[in-house]
Structures are given as C-alpha cells and as structure tokens.
Design a protein around this ligand. Structure first.
Ligand code: 5GP
Ligand code: MN
Length: 335
C-alpha cells in the first residue's frame, strides 16, 4: 500500500465552482453500466451543491438502475435516460467517466451533447481519462472518484452531512472492494474514517455491495463458472443473453465474478465477457505486479485502471478469439 497521496488542483477546483455557480442547471450523466462510485459520487455532488443553491441533476446514461444501488440516499432524485425527460441544462459535470463514449445512449443518441457546446467539468480518477472537459480535475492515483469529491466538497465549504457521507463511503467501498485493492492508500482510509465520523455506516454498504444478492445471481455464477476457460495467462468466461434469461438475471449481477476469478493461480489476468448486440463488453482484472489491463483495454479502444479495466469488442467469434489470445499471451508474459 502506498501512503503517497494526490494533491487537489486548487485552481481547477475554484474554476469548477465558478462554472457551477453561474449555471442555471447542471446535468450529470453517469457512465453506462453505472457502479457504486459512478452513481454515489454524482448523488453526493447533488446533495452537497444543493447547500450552495446549485442545482445538479444526476441521470443514468443507459437508463439502467442496478438493483444493488437502490440503498443509496437520494436515489429517488436520479433520472433515468429514456424514461424521464431531461431538464434544460447549461453545464455538464461528469464524474467517474474516462471518456465521452462511456456515456452510453446519452452520447450515441446525440454526440453533439458532449462536443463542448455545453461546457463540461470533468472530475475523474481514470489514468485513461482523455481530459475532454473545459475544467479537468483528474487524479489517477485517487482510489475512487468519490475520494476526490469528498475533498472537493470540503474545499467548496460544503458540510458533509450523513447522507453525503453515506454516498461517498459507498463509492469508496465500491471501487476499493471495501478498502482492499492496491489503489487504496492511507489517505483513502483516512477519508473513509472521516466519513464514518460524519455519520456514514459501512454495514448496509458492505451488505448491498458484497453480500446480499438474489438467487438469480447464484444461478448466473454457477453457469459462468462451469464455462471457465484458460487461454495463455488469462482465465475467462462468457455470459450470453440466453444465460441471463434462463437465470432471470440482470448483467449487473455478474459484477464481482471477475474479482473472484482474478488471483487464480497460474493466471495473470481475468476477464468476463458479456455478449451484446455489437459483440462483447469485457471486464478485466489483474493482480498487483501482473499485466496492466488498462493498457490492454486502451489498445482495443477501452480504458480503466491498471488493475481493473474494460472494453467493448466488436465483431464475432473470430474477433473474440483474437482478443482472448492476445490478452492471454500478454498475461502469460507479465506473470
Ligand atoms: P468494470 O469491469 O467494473 O465494468 O470496469 C472496471 C474499470 O474499467 C472501471 O473503472 C471502468 O470505468 C473501466 N471501464 C470499463 N469498461 C470500459 C470501457 O468500455 N471503456 C473505458 N474507457 N473504460 C471502461
Ligand atoms: Mn470509479
């Protein structure tokens, strides 16, 4: 674990606040297949900025609300793209979003939305962030976007109340698997401790994110584990729409499976492939010291972090095979 910590760019933080203050309404579309960090950091911004009379509205970019995140305070104030009409907005504030393509349908339905005509404040912690904002607060060594938002809100004079603290702790726990990843620093732990002091309760977070699940999740894992394959240094499995249907499961229920696969002896990396209309959405993991999956993902047009990354593979079985073999040989080379 590292005790080194990132430094907030105070100038960018001040400029971001200026832009937020002069906006009529700020829209915060989350990244697609949103996770705890992506959604909780957006809600924390909404709740915090409300104290400064700034209206920020989070929107689920693909319209999908993962069941496991319904426990977040303020969840009822989140809009779903495609279901709810969008309010007029004059500023975008993106959080936990490494590039604009991560915005799912919100982007693909009208790429002009994020072409810069409406200014963008970009708050993120991905090493692959392409700095698409007019203001960029990007700290790749922060373990989660929520860790950055915690410091930003404090810098802006927001009082971290119990609901904000609960959201931010959920975001931190989500991206660090409960303070367990190698991205976790002593500062991450201090921030988490401060949030507990502010009223956050880790128990419902741990239950919702890591323990409580519907039976359909067990069905899905059972089928996925039966199909595990080893290619070079890669352990991987695939989920088809048919498997999801047969289990009555949602794709978000497979989150956690790739974290279980990584660390299998003899495999330097793990991948979970979700079949979709275009090909496969791939979720990748590696252990410290092994292959950098963010670099592999970036080569294929995706991104993420050195130990957790993702990409969309387009094509059919040949493209899938080529991808798996390439990752497998890189994973074998880099232990
Ligand atoms: P997960 O495997 O949990 O879906 O994603 C792991 C990490 O990779 C997350 O930080 C996520 O933001 C990033 N990631 C996943 N899929 C993609 C993708 O298609 N493009 C980019 N740029 N990042 C991704
Ligand atoms: Mn994140």
């Amino acid at each position: 674990m590292s005790s080194s910590s990132w430094q907030l760019d105070h100038e960018a933080a001040a400029e971001a606040l200026n832009r937020l203050r002069s906006a009529q309404l700020v829209l915060t579309p989350t990244h697609q297949t949103v996770d705890a960090d992506g959604l909780a950091s957006a809600i924390a911004l909404r709740l915090g900025l409300r104290q400064l009379d700034i209206e920020l509205v989070p929107v689920l970019s693909d319209g999908q609300m993962p069941h496991s995140l319904r426990f977040l305070p303020g969840i009822d104030e989140v809009l779903a793209y495609g279901r709810d009409s969008l309010p007029d907005y004059d500023l975008l504030c993106l959080v936990d979003c490494s590039d604009r393509r991560r915005l799912g349908s919100f982007y693909t339905d009208d790429p002009e939305r994020v072409s810069g005509n409406v200014p963008i404040v970009n708050i993120d912690h991905h090493v692959t962030n392409d700095l698409f904002g007019q203001v960029n607060i990007v700290e790749p060594t922060a373990a989660s976007a929520s860790e950055i938002v915690a410091q930003l809100l404090a810098e802006w004079g927001v009082e971290i109340d119990r609901d904000i603290a609960q959201c931010l702790l959920a975001g931190i726990y989500g991206d660090t698997l409960g303070l367990r990843t190698d991205s976790t620093t002593s500062r991450t732990m201090r921030t988490a401790a401060d949030l507990v002091d502010a009223g956050a309760d880790p128990v419902p977070i741990v239950d919702a994110l890591f323990r409580v699940k519907p039976r359909s999740t067990v069905c899905l894992w059972e089928k996925a584990l039966r199909n595990v394959q080893y290619t070079g240094g890669l352990i991987w499995t695939e989920l088809t729409k048919d498997t999801l249907d047969r289990c009555g499961a949602n794709a978000s229920e497979a989150e956690g499976l790739v974290n279980f696969l990584v660390g299998t002896q003899g495999a330097g990396a793990a991948a979970l492939l979700y079949a979709n209309d275009k090909g496969w959405r791939v979720s990748m993991r590696s252990l410290p010291g092994a292959v950098d999956v963010a670099r592999i993902a970036a080569e294929f047009g995706g991104g993420g972090h050195p130990r957790a990354a993702g990409v969309q593979i387009e094509g059919g079985e040949d493209e899938k095979r080529a991808f798996v073999e390439q990752v497998g040989s890189l994973a074998a080379e880099h232990g």
